[in-house]
Write a new protein. Sequence first.
Length: 374
Amino acid sequence: MVIFAASAVSLAWAGSASVPRTGINQKKPPELEKTIPISKQGTPKTIVQVKADDLGPVKDGDLVEAFSEVEVSTTCLAPIPKCVGKIYRFSPKVEAWLVLADGAGRNGTPIGGPERVTCAQDLPNRNHHCVLSLHRTQVMRGTPACAPSCSLNLVLKAYHPNAAKGNLLVIGADRDTGIAQDRATLSAGVFEPGKTYEPKVEKTTDRIVRSVPIDPDDTHEVTVASIRLDRLTQGEVLAIEGRMVSSIGHLPYNALTQGQIVISEKRASSNNLGVPLSVATRNGLVTAKNGFNCTQGQSGYTTPCALEKSAFVRIIANSRRHPNHDEGAWVPLYVNFFVGFQQEYAPGRPWQPGDKAKIKSAKLEIRRYTPGGP
């Protein structure tokens, strides 16, 4: 693997080197709703929140950079146990946006523009699960109306002209045992004027693997990109972004495509146990594990499919062997981007041993903000 280390990069203004103030949702699960109605115009609901106490004050001139992702699911093609609400066969449009607002308010100061997807409900190219990923930045032109106590909210709505009362969009995944959540993240960095932010930038476009086995029953986790970080120090902030493009065009069926970024003691591992549990926010789980059905035909996610993951991470203890006591040797840690694939809807030739999804590209990039500079 080749890692490219960039020289100091200035993201803000003149002054002493600093780290951005960060707000990170660490609730489990972070989702505030289990379903939202699908209506003709859409009914906005706040789905995930970074509370004002965690975000801190946002003022005129600040640059707010926010990362968010949320998985939603269409449901009720037929009256089966996992059905939630009333049956529908249309494909709802889903829209997500970020605002600074009072409490869980849906209106306020926008952070960038909205993200939209049509989550296909019709077979054979049904997405079933869809992920909206947002990376937005906004310079405050005036102090937000919610100041000095602004929360950052991810707002969502679903709509379709054929929608009727009782049609619902699941926030998370519909299962026979109920709605599965913890599939969303929200984090933000606030860059103040009068300070310089000079992160060390590390990135890789090397693919650890060129293909990943498809499983008939569950996703098998395989790391596609990894970056080693030495001597992570309490007070550092990491801005982490990953993007993977996969192809299933050579296969006769669709595939559930899932992924996550984690901090691990080992390269190419999906395990966050050990030192990462105590060193990083969210116990080293940088993003949520979520995904969508990549389809052969036209849908919101048609092969080749891009999976995007991003979040801010705050280092809360030195990466030593015994981080809770700040003792022992320094332990290098790895930021790993892993993915997995599962067969979905195979009316013709089903899964066979040896079936694989092709990894066309994989990218991982980290901006490492260190107090005092790199």
